[in-house]
Design a protein around this ligand. Structure first.
Ligand code: NAD
Ligand code: IPM
Ligand code: MN
Length: 359
């Protein structure tokens, strides 16, 4: 049966990178992938056109899609919108929440060809392959009450960090299952020395552990985890953590792989529907210049093929094509190093496509 894919380019570099990923998707269609691809607006571009970062029509299309590919949202143009509910980021958060995409997989893998592009010494990062499992629809991002209000003659800003046991348990299960398929090590990251919500988090992870006796569970406080990620990142196999800690740690992990432009992601719900996006943002500082790295978005298509469309062979073919292009010494500016050839966003797309076709 024909499956439906919704592409949401978004803002800033979003349209530039999704354009390249869409070409790869089209090449998969030419190889027999039976999908229908549609585009819609989200984020600032949707706000400009319809006054809403997540128009009802976009949400409707997203609900009906088997998988969604998103570029990035946001930018300085919309940072001053007073009504926070209308900010581009709310469009993305609304998609995640409405579709129940609680399980966010962020793989930080160092392609061996990029050892020189990493900010850490090659011996510290070579062979790096970490999977960060980030809870995506709860925690401080969504907790109530929240707001800014007048108290005792001054304004006070507040958010609520809250997790129900059931939310912790379901992300815990995703992480244990993931560890089971990998090197069987799971590190849960929390702040259980200070925050009650993460005391509960740790307790639930411990409660699940006996059901996965083949997985070795450990715990780290988030400050130490951040330090360990840059000290000795290869100690990690799978990391599971809440929404905000996962956001921060995955950007740090991205840099170990050479650039945030290399990190793809999958966000899955209970029925296997997924949204796929690079971990980076709309990069306003380089938008419109045809210099952004499209590989995180192209690798997100590979994740889509693997996790939503059950096409692991095509997924591997895309990943192999990316490897081939890196072998050939082609680099966008963010991953360039001595002896490599710097190419544009579109040239990188051309090269991945050619390597894909050559297989
Ligand atoms: P960012 O990830 O957009 O950019 C951080 C730095 O990384 C910038 O210097 C940028 O040029 C660089 N960078 C990011 N992606 C790159 C790529 N593919 N190739 C080369 N370089 C790349 O983060 P920011 O500057 O903090 O945020 C900018 C906007 O993006 C904000 O509006 C923010 O809310 C939004 N944002 C959106 C998402 C998303 O849509 N998933 C994620 C993060 C940030
Ligand atoms: C991400 C982004 C988003 C997040 C923002 C844009 C809402 O930083 O996908 O990592 O914080 O989750
Ligand atoms: Mn982020």
């Amino acid at each position: 049966m024909t499956q439906k894919i919704l592409v949401l380019p978004g803002d800033g570099i979003g349209p530039e990178i999704t354009a390249q990923a869409s070409r790869v998707l089209a090449a998969c269609q030419a190889r027999g992938l039976d999908v229908e691809v549609e585009e819609a607006l989200v984020g600032g571009s949707a706000y400009d056109a319809h006054g809403e970062p997540l128009p009802a029509a976009t949400l409707e299309k997203a609900r009906g899609a088997d998988a969604i590919l998103l570029g990035a949202v946001g930018g300085p143009k919309w940072d001053t919108i007073e009504d926070l509910a209308k900010r581009p980021e709310k469009g993305l958060l609304g998609l995640r929440k409405n579709l129940g995409l609680f399980g966010n997989l962020r793989p930080a893998i160092l392609y061996p060809q990029l050892a020189d592009a990493s900010s850490l010494k090659p011996e510290v990062v070579s062979g790096l392959d970490i999977m960060i499992v980030r809870e995506l629809t709860g925690g401080i991002y969504f907790g109530q009450p929240r707001g800014i209000e007048e108290r005792d003659g001054e304004r006070v800003g507040f958010n609520t960090y809250v997790y129900a046991e059931s939310e912790i348990e379901r992300i815990g299960r995703v992480a244990f299952e993931m560890a089971r398929k990998r090197h069987k090590k799971l590190c849960s990251v929390d702040k259980a020395n200070v925050l009650e919500v993460t005391i509960l988090w740790r307790e639930v992870m411990e409660r699940l552990a006996p059901e996965y006796p083949d997985v070795e569970l450990s715990h780290l406080y988030v400050d130490n985890a951040a330090m360990q990620l840059v000290r000795a990142p290869k100690q990690f196999d799978v990391i599971v953590t809440g929404n905000m800690f996962g956001d921060i740690l995955s950007d740090a992990a991205a840099m170990l792989t050479g650039s945030i432009g290399m990190l793809p992601s999958a966000s899955l719900n209970e029925s296997g529907q997924g949204m796929y996006e690079p971990c980076h943002g709309s990069a306003p500082d380089i938008a419109g210049q045809n210099v952004a790295n499209p590989l995180a978005t192209i690798l997100s298509v590979a994740m889509m093929l693997r996790y939503s469309l059950n096409e692991p062979v095509l997924a591997e073919r895309i990943e192999a094509a990316v490897g081939r292009v890196l072998d050939d010494g082609l680099r966008t500016a963010d991953i360039a190093s001595a002896g490599t050839r710097t190419v544009s966003t579109t040239e990188m797309g051309d090269a991945v496509l050619a390597a894909f076709e050559a297989q």
